[in-house]
Write a protein that binds this ligand. Structure first.
Ligand SMILES: CC(C)(COP(=O)(O)OP(=O)(O)OC[C@H]1O[C@@H](n2cnc3c(N)ncnc32)[C@H](O)[C@@H]1OP(=O)(O)O)[C@@H](O)C(=O)NCCC(=O)NCCS
Length: 180
């Protein structure tokens, strides 16, 4: 079932810090291999840390809300800061709560992230990294035109195993058609 039609997406503000903290802690604990940060690392951060994160002017954090105004998914955009890298934006911390996965919400967040990036002056490309065995995320990113350009082996060291990370990119232009 695709419920994304009833979902609204908006930029999270400092006042959303409690909601954002709660959803991300849930994400780290539900999917420890999908994120580089861990539940333990982030659970110790004070609420101010989360509100500063949402207020950082070089970033935008989008939230997907269901019809009852519950935050059920999120994604973050981080602009590169050095003068010669300002044509790029990084997409990070994509998460849809497990109960709502597979219903088009990740796709909606991605579409909104691309729309938001097009409104920023000078942004030409979006980059992201993804754990190499994260098939759901890889399918989503492939579907919206991201292409792999590299692999960092043993990028993340867990308690029992290493994880590789894939680097992906796409132009942010709405006219861009990914090669098949
Ligand atoms: C990856 C994730 C964001 C996808 O969000 P979602 O709302 O479930 O995705 P959607 O329903 O919008 O699906 C979009 C596409 O992704 C792919 N996809 C989503 N879930 C999938 C799954 N379990 N298996 C395979 N492909 C999947 C499909 O191609 C789908 O398109 P289709 O249904 O037309 O084939 C979500 O599953 C999630 O939060 N996972 C845990 C955290 C995570 O991995 N974050 C990414 C870190 S890089």
């Amino acid at each position: 079932m695709n419920v994304a039609a009833g979902i609204s997406v908006r930029t999270l503000k400092a006042a959303d810090a409690g909601l954002y903290r709660a959803i991300m802690l849930r994400g780290y604990s539900e999917h420890p291999d999908a994120f580089t940060s861990t539940f333990e690392e982030r659970a110790t951060k004070p609420i101010d840390w989360w509100s500063r994160r949402l207020q950082d002017p070089t970033t935008a954090t989008l939230g997907a809300f269901d019809s009852g105004d519950t935050l059920i998914g999120t994604v973050r955009l981080e602009q590169f800061q050095r003068a010669r890298e300002r044509h790029k934006i990084n997409l990070a911390a994509m998460y849809v709560m497990r109960d709502f996965a597979g219903q088009g919400i990740g796709r909606k967040l991605m579409d909104e992230a691309l729309i938001a990036s097009r409104k920023l002056s000078g942004i030409e490309m979006m980059n992201l990294t993804v754990t190499s065995d994260n098939l759901a995320a890889l399918r989503l990113y492939g579907k919206v035109g991201f292409q792999e350009f590299g692999r960092e082996q043993r990028a993340v060291k867990g308690d029992t195993h290493y994880l590789d990370k894939l680097y992906m990119w796409r132009p942010i232009s709405a006219e861009y058609v990914a090669p098949i």
